[in-house]
Design a protein around this ligand. Structure first.
Ligand code: GLY
Length: 388
């Protein structure tokens, strides 16, 4: 194996987190989640906060699963029935959303249904939810372009302006592997594997950085060019996109049972970690790290930490754990909202979409979720999570 860039070049400002620290943070988070659940009732929190407060909304965004996933982890951590009750009510809402096909014409079906339906199945072993998992996977594979071999991220399938995949999609693929396992139908896995290969072949630049989105030629199905949507520019590297690759690649190893494209993963990590500033939390776009005052995206770091811990299941090197744990301490010191009762979120200082002026230096649901997932992964190393 090539020299591991993580082990040779990373100098981190904080010591590793202890298990007791994880426990205390998860306990405080649990209390905040209970308070929030009381306020939200059957509604869901908005994708990001405004001045650290989540607005209430119905189940109609790509982010609703994160709220359910946090409740699921809180239940596993504490055994308190209130959390499982919220998961159960949320799953009913996700079923109604699927039946009505409400705001599901996009690829983020894995973000929604892995953290709700698959999580509930794993928590309760209730086989009635399997039909929901399969129906969700069917919605996702309808977006697959058979000739070009990719799942279209957004928009109408006939729209040439939308004939592209995006890097975030890697997290949606495990749902297809779960569907293949449940049904015994190979075509779910085949779609996942062809899409995965297309992401790996096209989204990376030579230096290990990534495009956010990648277009194909609608006439020939051939790979065409990379372009950003949420990053600073087409040639820069959106921090969260890079983090989606750092988590998405090992999640796909776990889902497929094969370590595919380890070199790409190492390059992706190396690029991300080389571009961390001294305080350890990345700017929202890695091209902007040296510019003072650039808002950070704490959620990108939380996602990348989960990626290191997922990869560690496959790579027998204890340093992954240690580095993940030090990075989590970094995140806790600089962004934890546990002591701020005026803040609804768990993790401060994220950026949702800079160009749209959305959620800049605010909490967001995926930052909260992956912060909690990272804490629980370290607290309970045998935990298998909800993605696979
Ligand atoms: N998947 C959308 C985002 O990361 O903002």
């Amino acid at each position: 194996m090539k020299e591991n860039p993580l082990l040779t070049s990373l100098s981190l400002p904080f010591p590793a987190l202890t298990r007791a620290q994880c426990r205390d943070e998860l306990s405080a988070i649990g209390r905040k989640l209970l308070r929030n659940a009381e306020r939200y009732g059957d509604m869901f929190p908005s994708a990001c906060t405004t001045e650290n407060r989540y607005a209430l909304k119905e189940n109609n965004d790509w982010t609703n699963g994160f709220w359910t996933g946090m409740q699921a982890i809180a239940w596993e951590f504490s055994g308190e029935a209130a959390y499982l009750d919220t998961v159960k009510r949320n799953v009913a809402s996700f079923r109604a959303r699927l039946d009505a096909h409400h705001v599901l014409d996009h690829h983020d079906i894995g973000f929604l249904y892995s953290l709700s339906a698959v999580a509930y199945w794993k928590l309760t072993d209730d086989s009635a939810v399997k039909s929901l998992i399969l129906a969700a996977a069917d919605v996702l594979i309808r977006r697959f372009h058979t000739d070009a071999g990719f799942i279209q991220a957004w928009g109408k399938l006939s729209d040439p302006e939308e004939y592209r995949l995006i890097i975030d999609s890697l997290i949606n693929l495990p749902l297809l592997h779960v569907a293949a396992n449940i049904s015994g139908e190979h075509h779910y896995r085949e779609v996942a594997e062809r899409h995965y290969q297309n992401v790996i072949d096209n989204i990376f630049r030579e230096d290990g950085s990534t495009f956010h989105t990648f277009y194909f030629d609608p006439a020939s199905g051939e790979p065409a060019y990379g372009k950003t949507f949420q990053g600073f520019s087409d040639q820069s590297c959106w921090a969260r996109g890079q983090a989606w690759a750092i988590l998405g690649i090992p999640l796909n190893w776990s889902a497929s049972g094969k370590i595919q494209h380890l070199e790409r993963w190492l390059q992706a990590c190396s690029y991300f970690f080389r571009h961390l500033p001294a305080d350890g939390v990345p700017a929202w776009d890695l091209a902007l790290n040296d510019i003072d005052g650039t808002p950070k995206d704490s959620s990108a770091l939380a996602i990348a930490i989960c990626g290191l811990l997922e990869a560690h299941k496959h790579l027998p090197d204890e340093h992954y754990d240690r580095i993940a744990s030090q990075l989590l301490q970094t995140l806790m010191v600089q962004a934890s909202a546990k002591d701020d009762d005026a803040c609804d979120g768990l993790l401060k200082h994220g950026v949702y979409a800079w160009a749209l002026g959305k959620g800049i230096d605010e909490c967001n649901l995926w930052g909260d979720y992956f912060y909690m997932e990272a804490l629980y992964r370290l607290y309970q190393p045998q935990w298998s999570g909800y993605w696979i």
